[in-house]
Design a protein around this ligand. Structure first.
Ligand SMILES: [Zn+2]
Length: 338
């Protein structure tokens, strides 16, 4: 069985650079967002040259290139029906799904055809478009609790199809665009409010996003009571002071729940930054860091041994390819200088 302890462990962690540590390390990012290309993006639209269809394809190409560069072998991403379908087709490593409920006022939810989908509509959607996940949930942004009956079809389909479903479980952000989100209720992100949903759908493959801040105690309590509930550490570890999230992370491990922590970036542009945060946590050992980057999510998603082996082989072969290219360039340069 492949697990962190089987990997070629290089000399003690602190002797390794981040680059050395990441050699051959596949990454699973359980927290991406799939939406239309942003004209203001400096990543893929410097100087605002392109728009319309071209902007979307630029964003798609950049996202895929960014996943390659960061050794991401599987990424869970959510967006509107349109972009979930497009990204599911664009790259098989993207487990795409819908964020919900969407709002017609919110630019990032575009195009929001229906704010709430019926059970039949969801079944049809998931039966025909290779969608393999759900979330991030947006009910707190919309201003309703997770027990709102209009959300019941989503929980029902997610449990029936065993879709990983990411729930926004942090009281942040402090400020939202009030014109887009007039009814924003940060308190509806409290994991405690998910208990009636998990009572009704005990086999939900649910993970709490943004562990490490306001609702950490509630998240730990829920994970204690529901062994199938996992969490991700996205954004909090990058945007909140270490004094805020590190004690909560220590509590997670002290509660023997560290093996339920998964890697999430919340934005592909920060994948490397988020990976470095994990790498730099001095009190975690090498195996624990590799578990966060890959093995905990592999277990949560039920990946087979052969899938895990394939992921490691893919990353290693890409690494060898890169090395061969660099060597070729070096020789060319050397010959060029002769
Ligand atoms: Zn998010």
């Amino acid at each position: 069985m492949l697990s962190a302890c089987c990997l070629l462990i290089l000399p003690t962690v602190n002797a390794q650079t981040f680059e050395q540590f990441m050699r051959g390390q596949p990454v699973i990012d359980v927290h991406l967002h799939l939406y239309r290309g942003d004209a203001k993006s400096e990543h893929y639209n410097p100087g605002g040259l392109q728009n319309g269809a071209t902007l979307d394809s630029l964003r798609e190409a950049w996202l895929i290139e960014t996943l390659d560069r960061n050794q991401v072998v599987l990424a869970i991403g959510g967006g509107s029906v349109k972009y979930a379908k497009e990204y599911a087709k664009a790259d098989t490593r993207i487990w795409a799904g819908i964020t919900f409920p969407c709002s017609k006022q919110v630019a990032r939810d575009w195009p929001c055809e229906k704010e709430f989908m019926t059970l039949e509509e969801l079944k049809e959607l998931y039966a025909n478009h290779n969608l393999r996940a759900m979330g991030e949930t947006l009910f707190n942004y919309y201003g309703i609790p997770p027990t709102d009956p209009r959300l019941d079809p989503y929980w029902a389909v997610a449990e029936a199809l065993q879709l990983p479903i990411g729930v926004h479980a942090d009281a942040g952000p402090n400020k939202v665009n009030e014109r887009e989100r007039p009814n924003y209720r940060p308190d509806y992100a409290d994991p405690e409010l998910l208990r009636p949903v998990l009572e009704k759908y005990p086999n939900l493959k649910l993970y709490l996003m943004h562990y490490g801040d306001t609702y950490s105690q509630q998240a730990l309590a829920l994970m204690r009571d529901y062994p199938g509930v996992y969490c991700d550490i996205s954004a909090i570890s990058l945007y909140q002071p270490k004094e805020v999230w590190e004690p909560n992370l220590r509590m997670l491990y002290a509660s023997r729940l560290g093996d339920r922590l998964m890697f999430g970036s919340d934005f592909e542009g920060t994948i490397e930054d988020n990976l470095r945060v994990i790498y730099n946590i001095g009190w975690l050992n090498e195996a624990q860091k590799r578990d966060i980057m890959y093995f905990n999510a592999a277990r949560f998603l039920g990946l087979s041994e052969s899938e895990k082996h394939l992921h490691h082989r893919v990353v290693l072969s890409k690494m060898q390819e890169q090395r061969a290219k660099m060597e070729e360039q070096r020789v060319k340069n050397k010959d060029g200088n002769l």
